[in-house]
Design a protein around this ligand. Structure first.
Ligand code: J2J
Length: 540
């Protein structure tokens, strides 16, 4: 098993410690401390199978102990990896913190992922286990688990709920077992990258760096023990986990409300019942909430802050959000690799509407460069590179991709095109890498092209993003058929059957005779995609 490492140069690590960013805390200590500090305060509310669940900090803590004992009894040992795929239920937190307690490294899959993606995470992380739920909504995750078992070499599969032939997880508080003492510089978990080139990469985050990012976020977002954070986006995503997210909320002693769906009907009811003060949304959801609020009878008056991030919010929508939802807007521009920017709660409206915020940390280094890597003049747009106390220095086990994704001096190439205002705020102007930002879910063009090319009647495929009124961006696959042209629905079903998340199935498919009208001479894939996209937009 490859060791998990994330190493900053000694001189930088010293500085981050000296400045108090890295305080030597671990994820597991953090919850123990909060449970000791305010055992009877409400920690998490949510529901599963229609049954309401409400745990105090002491109850959540007791469950994390039970989970730690349960995975230990199942044979898992510190440093081993378990791919975790759970929806927004309170047990998301007890399980994840239980794994931290046992020294196990969770790999965070999204509920939408299917066997191709889960199998990839298992292989890349060399996971010994996969942990999921019996069913959620209409989907039976045990079916998925069977396919994953067939495609990988997992030692154990664990199911929350009715486990059938798999192992069940015991959340009933029972006798403690000795807990693992992690080192704060250890990798605590692996996040999944949006993936711009091919398959998703694994992002190793250490206790020190991640805790800094959500502790500082909780402060910037004004969280207190009186705050109520609604987790509306998938809990495993970096934004609702750490910006300030459920982890930041627990750090602040606030209450976390797990929404089983981000749809206005579900979310508005929770806001009213639990007096939610803050939540985070992607732009298309923010627009849906604004529309729904006009005719909703629900009392949303407890809402103080709605954060929007994951994709660009137009200034027009940004201006309307506050009045429509009766709260403040906070723009968040972040990435699972690290850097997170926020507009501050006391910023003037112009900054909140027109920028995507400024970095969390005074030690977040921002470099904006041109194609040849030279800094652009102040205020001009260019490629965003960054380095800092909570931005990774490399992906897990990617010896070929790392020298491309990171500069020799450790800056992460975000792939975003931005400009920086005189007061240090970033404005996202576009991106250099080919992914489709579909409602905040990033879809790699290359990954989908590879799947389409596996179809016997596809000669060539180029996947591009097109503007979409509902999703922000949608994916469009241009296909040159080989022989009998395949039907569009058949191609979509083909991609789905290859075990991919639904959000990766092309939204639109256009059959072309060839790409030659656009691709004169030898052009890169990126250039080909750009030309096809431009030509399509001009003619449609
Ligand atoms: C434009 N593009 C944005 C924004 C992210 C907080 C918030 C979001 C994420 C996230 C996150 C954007 N305007 N406001 O992890 O902690 C695009 C950029 C970026 C990529 C990262 C967090 N906010 N983006 O979205 O890892 O292209 O993280 O590089 O999923 O989303 O995607 P992801």
């Amino acid at each position: 098993m490859l060791p998990l490492r994330q190493v900053w140069p000694e001189e930088l690590a010293d500085r981050y410690r000296r400045k108090g960013y890295w305080r030597g805390e671990t994820m597991s200590d953090l919850l123990t401390e909060k449970a000791n500090l305010h055992p009877d305060c409400p920690a998490v509310v949510g529901s599963r199978d229609g049954v309401k669940i409400r745990w105090t900090y002491a109850e959540l803590f007791a469950r994390t102990q039970a989970i730690a004992a349960s995975v230990h009894a199942l044979g898992f040992r510190p440093g081993e990896r378990i791919v975790v795929q759970l929806p927004n239920v309170p047990s998301f937190l007890s399980i994840v913190f239980g794994l931290f307690r046992a020294g196990i490294v969770p790999v965070f899959a999204l509920p939408a992922h299917r066997e191709a993606e889960i199998a990839h995470f298992v292989r890349r992380s060399e996971a010994a286990g996969y942990l999921t739920i019996d069913r959620f909504g209409k989907f039976d995750y045990r079916e998925l688990a069977r396919n994953v078992a067939a495609a990988t070499q997992l030692r154990r599969i664990m199911i929350l709920g009715d486990s059938q032939e798999f192992f069940s997880l015991d959340e009933t508080p029972g006798p403690e077992h000795p807990t693992h003492t992690a080192s704060p510089s250890d990798v605590a978990f692996l996040q999944i990258s949006g993936g711009s080139t091919g398959l998703s990469k694994l992002i190793p985050r250490t206790h020190d760096d991640y805790i800094y990012s959500f502790r500082a976020s909780a402060e910037i977002c004004g969280l207190t023990p009186e705050s109520v954070y609604l987790c509306a986006l998938p809990a495993a995503h970096n934004f609702p986990m750490s910006s300030p997210g459920t982890f930041g909320a627990l750090y602040a002693g606030s209450l976390v409300v797990m929404a089983s769906s981000p749809a206005p009907e579900t979310a508005f009811q929770l806001i009213e019942e639990e007096r939610v003060t803050i939540t985070g949304l992607v732009p298309p959801l923010a627009l849906a909430w604004m529309r729904a609020a006009r005719s909703s009878e629900r009392d949303l008056s407890s809402l103080e802050v709605v954060q929007v991030g994951g994709a660009k919010l137009t200034p027009e929508a940004a201006r309307r959000l506050g009045p429509a939802l009766g709260c403040k807007l906070q723009q968040v521009f972040g990435m699972a690799e690290g850097l997170v920017n926020y507009t501050r709660l006391d910023d003037p409206e112009e900054l909140v509407v027109a920028t995507q915020g400024r970095p969390i940390s005074p030690d977040d280094e921002i470099r904006i460069v041109n194609e040849s890597g030279e800094p652009v003049p102040e205020g001009s747009s260019g490629h965003l590179l960054t380095r800092g106390p909570y931005t990774i220095r490399g992906y897990h086990n990617e010896p070929e991709a790392n020298p491309i994704s990171f500069t020799a001096d450790g800056f992460y190439r975000t792939g975003d095109i931005v400009r920086q205002t005189a007061d240090g705020y970033l404005v996202v102007e576009g991106r250099a890498v080919d992914h489709i930002n579909r409602s905040g879910e990033k879809v790699s063009a290359e990954e989908i092209e590879d799947h389409l090319l596996a179809h016997p009647h596809v000669f060539d495929a180029a996947v591009v993003s097109l503007p979409d009124p509902h999703l922000g961006e949608r994916s469009c696959a241009f296909i040159i058929p080989e022989g009998e042209p395949p039907r569009v629905i058949e191609l979509k079903a083909f991609v789905r059957q290859r075990g991919l998340a639904d959000f990766k199935v092309p939204d639109q498919i256009v059959l072309l005779e060839d790409f030659s009208t656009t691709a004169v001479g030898k052009v890169s894939r990126a250039e080909l995609r750009r030309r096809l996209r431009d030509q399509y937009l001009q003619t449609s």
